[in-house]
Write a protein that binds this ligand. Structure first.
Ligand code: 5RP
Length: 218
């Protein structure tokens, strides 16, 4: 199976967790995009969605699926999204698609985070995938210097402006042995909006696409 076929398999498998009458948190990226295709088959049964990016919002709306402002919603039953890396503790690196801040907000609102990934995303130690950090534009150089002090090699993601009007630094050269500590440290640098480490709030359920089928990890 190709990587995209594995992504499609988990995107559709997540449909099993969608309860009729609820509002569903929807992630961003190619795997989440398969989930949106699947969700469209249930669009008459759900109340609507909260979306983590303008791209996902556009796709949801193209299917006629209602999209609510996050401020209109007190709680969400589930949030379904992909990841760039996930470890055995269900902590993740996210933000390859630059949507990390809205993703982290919706993950915080949701009771259950369902992470949908193909097996290439599973790692023992996070950090091989460059860690995305969303930064206020005027703080870019300062934050980059602070990230170097933490042992990282930050690289400015050229020609990318996030949905929130900010920039992204991708931090290379990290071996993240204590993800919660690093998440807290990077989040405390002035000018950082969000770091793409999802360690304090990891996933609750992982649906992993493998050659043998979709594995559920809880
Ligand atoms: C976007 C994300 C995505 O979930 C992550 O980049 C994985 O993307 P894909 O499903 O395309 O492999 O965090 O900001």
């Amino acid at each position: 199976m190709t990587q995209d076929e594995l992504k499609k398999a988990v995107g559709w498998a997540a449909l099993e967790y969608v309860k009729p009458g609820t509002i569903v948190g929807v992630g961003t990226g190619s795997t989440a995009s398969h989930f949106i295709d699947a969700l469209a088959t249930m669009k008459g049964q759900i109340e609507g969605t909260v979306s983590s990016s303008e791209a996902s919002t556009a796709k949801l709306k193209s299917y006629g699926i209602p999209v609510f402002d996050c401020n209109e919603v007190d709680s969400l039953d589930i949030y379904v999204d992909g990841a760039d890396e996930i470890n055995h503790q269900m902590q993740m690196i996210k933000g390859g698609g630059a949507a990390l801040t809205r993703e982290k907000i919706i993950a915080g609102v949701a009771k259950t985070f369902i992470c949908i990934v193909d097996e290439s995303k599973q790692v023992d130690v996070l950090g091989k995938f460059p860690l995305p950090v969303e930064v206020i534009p005027m703080a870019r150089s300062y934050v980059a210097r602070e990230l170097v002090k933490l042992g990282g090699l930050p690289e400015y993601r050229e020609n990318v402006v996030t949905d929130n009007g900010n920039v992204i630094l991708d931090v290379h050269n990290l071996t993240i042995l204590n993800p919660i500590e690093l998440e807290n440290k990077i989040n405390s640098i002035p000018g950082v909006v969000t770091v793409g480490l999802f360690a304090n709030r990891g996933a609750n359920v992982v649906l992993m696409g493998t050659a043998e089928g979709v594995k559920t990890i809880k």
